[in-house]
Design a protein around this ligand. Sequence first.
Ligand SMILES: Nc1nc2c(c(=O)[nH]1)N[C@H]1C(S)=C(S)[C@@H](COP(=O)(O)OP(=O)(O)OC[C@H]3O[C@@H](n4cnc5c(=O)[nH]c(N)nc54)[C@H](O)[C@@H]3O)O[C@H]1N2
Ligand SMILES: Nc1nc2c(c(=O)[nH]1)N[C@H]1C(S)=C(S)[C@@H](COP(=O)(O)OP(=O)(O)OC[C@H]3O[C@@H](n4cnc5c(=O)[nH]c(N)nc54)[C@H](O)[C@@H]3O)O[C@H]1N2
Ligand SMILES: [Mo]
Length: 786
Amino acid sequence: MSTAETPDRIAEPWGARTPFARGGVWPARVDTVLAEGVTEDDVERWVQSASVLHSNGDAMDIAVRDGRIVGVRGRAVDRVNRGRLGPKDLYGWQANASPDRLTHPLIRVDGRLVPTDWDTAMSRIVDRTRALLNTRGPDSIAFYTSGQLFLEEYYTLGVMARGGVGTNHVDGNTRLCTATAAEALKESFGSDGQPGSYTDVDHADTIALFGHNVAETQSVLWSRILDRLDGPTPPAVLCVDPRPTPVARRATVHLAPRPGTNLALMNGLLREVIAHGWIDEAFVRAHTVGFDALRRTVEPWTIGNVAATCGLDPDDVRRAARLIGTAETLLSTVLQGFYQSNQATASAVQVNNLHLLRGMIGRPGCGLLQMNGQPTAQNTRECGANGDLAGFRNWANSDHVAQLAELWNVEQDFLTHDGPPTHAMEIFRLAEQGDLGLLWISATNPAVSLPELARIRRILGREGTTVVVQDMFLTETAALADVVLPAAAWGEKTGAFTNADRTVHLSDKAVEPPGEARADLDIFLDFARRMNFRDHDGGPLIPWTDPESAFAAWTRATAGRPCDYTGLSHDALRGGSGIQWPATPDRPGGTERLYTDAVFPTAADTCETYGKDLISGDPIDPARYRDHDPDGRALLRAVRYVPAVETPDAEHPFHLITGRTIYHFHTRTKTGRAPELNRAAPEVWVEMNDSDAVRLGIPEGTMLEVSSPRGAVTARMRRTDIRPGVLFLPFHYGYWDIDGQDADGTGEHPEVRRAANELTPTTWDPASKQPQFKTGVARVRVVDEG
Ligand SMILES: Nc1nc2c(c(=O)[nH]1)N[C@H]1C(S)=C(S)[C@@H](COP(=O)(O)OP(=O)(O)OC[C@H]3O[C@@H](n4cnc5c(=O)[nH]c(N)nc54)[C@H](O)[C@@H]3O)O[C@H]1N2
Ligand SMILES: Nc1nc2c(c(=O)[nH]1)N[C@H]1C(S)=C(S)[C@@H](COP(=O)(O)OP(=O)(O)OC[C@H]3O[C@@H](n4cnc5c(=O)[nH]c(N)nc54)[C@H](O)[C@@H]3O)O[C@H]1N2
Ligand SMILES: [Mo]
């Protein structure tokens, strides 16, 4: 493998610096990697694409030779990365050609998964669906999808599931990922949609990262920040994270709060901002509602109370408040340290409140990014393949439901259900109770990524629920399925997707998929055809046939909505840079920032939600919302701090938090099969503070059993400067080795327990329903001093 820019991008993940000053233009730097022995002259074609191993949307071209992918090169013209690529992008594409790829469908016969043809596999699913619809109705069928398919695939899945099958049980693994981002945006601004832009990095004088290890999880965005930090007018950086991340090491102020206390900290920071008069009173008066309640709610959170509750130095809290209170242009980002922790939505909306109080929204440098994680999570949410309706429509607003019924030409009754769309944690509970006859899982590996894995294995292995898994590999989840469908991967199919700053990219097909693997879109279309789903007039419910016509259908669903795509097409996305929505025929170049006019989509007829009580999660009554219609003003949502349910005690004395390393993506189905990435982080580890290790007399490198009330894993100990009393486990490692896959298809596997989710609790945020992967407890026991 050769990289043009830096010889070893494992050792130097962010590559060489290209410093620039505030308000300047981020210089381009093109990162390229090609397979051993291949030079740029050998490349036959470069095919336009973007990264699917994080939400940053780094644009790249795929190098093709002899019908195979032989490398990637960043696209210098693109607004997102100006040519740069991160380690996962540079090396991860090798997984496409792995010999482990699924090449034909599998079905379970006498307890074993055996190869079969498409017709047999699809017939099994169709027969089962028909039988369930005839006997138990649509509520016995559920779809659990991803944040990693393309928007054409989600839209098709959403129409097929809601308009064809008629079920309300449709969600994505975005529930585990950015459900809180969506909920926080809806609660404050009336609709999902990131207000900010990545160019805010270029203009900000202060950057605040709340529970976001951007250096490892969106490494190219961190390169942009590093280039500002090394330039002539560096921004101040606030980092809120219990670990000494690379972000913390470059921070002006690093706060390492006790896990689960984010809301106490945020309430304290807001109190300081108000008390010092660092607020834009005219903006607050004209464009927000709820200030008095917010002021009252944060009032008890003096510096002393914050310091005691969060376990922080009072002076550090004061310095943090001053940084964000006196910033001229503040960029804030929020991610899993907030979204997967205690009071997730409540904490995330306080960052929105901070920007509203300071009037810092819709202007260069005043960005607010309730970050996404997965590459296409935004599209799952937009297209209604999660617990939302397509086009950011409000399930509780019958006019919005009627719009979809008209667009799809189906009875409105068919789309109307007793309650909100079912969220993933509830879908798995329904399966556990035996209420689901069919659970169709696409592009996600819940047997590693959901909390409390012993329970998830039980649910997936249950008699009576037909589990369909659509994946590139025989994952831990696929091994428990009844039908396994081999999917084409990125690079083997065409589709569009949207990153965390609303930039839409096209990813073109570069090579053929292996064996009989098929694009997810083709699988969904085949199912819809076989089911013969019809509209009100007897025409096909889903008339589109390929990615381009699916995209065109999707744009019609967005007309007039906040995520308006009507100015976009596959052709418009080919060539130059990605384009930020909304993009309309009269604004085909897209929109850099939302809310530049300080008018928010909160009006009762427009909004995506009437909101929830952020402590109980109960929906707010639509009539009550209408009575106090914010009508374009943003909502300052105030919430009191409530401690986490699970906190350390004598039996489980440590907080347990989980997360990521730069070299791996999730359950490693791709990055574990890229030699450079696998070598960089081959095994699970557990981080413990030096002082805890000394106190317990545990030397570096000791094998520890880490256990919680749910289970146990073994992991080698690393001593770090993580907050004392806190353990950190990466969640990437499943329960078998990538190499030692389930060869006989029985679903049985060696008892290697190393997945962090053996330990995590089945608890979720009441408002966003996002599981709390970062609020748990654990104890340790020495297994081997080796
Ligand atoms: N390399 C890599 N990049 C990725 C991914 C990947 O798997 N690998 N996945 C992508 C996806 S889907 C996502 S969602 C994003 C996630 O991106 P991040 O959110 O940046 O990643 P995490 O490591 O999950 O969590 C971030 C930080 O939260 C901190 N944290 C834990 N508990 C608390 C708390 O109570 N309070 C605060 N303030 N912080 C806390 C952790 O110490 C951790 O450093 O990354 C995306 N990018
Ligand atoms: N403890 C703990 N648990 C966590 C988290 C945490 O921080 N801590 N983070 C959570 C978050 S934020 C996330 S996003 C989830 C991620 O959890 P998962 O979604 O379960 O993780 P992945 O490994 O990305 O699984 C994606 C699957 O899709 C397959 N795939 C890839 N591309 C395609 C495609 O084009 N088509 C099809 N059909 N399949 C494809 C891959 O092979 C892989 O098996 O994990 C969550 N779980
Ligand atoms: Mo995620």
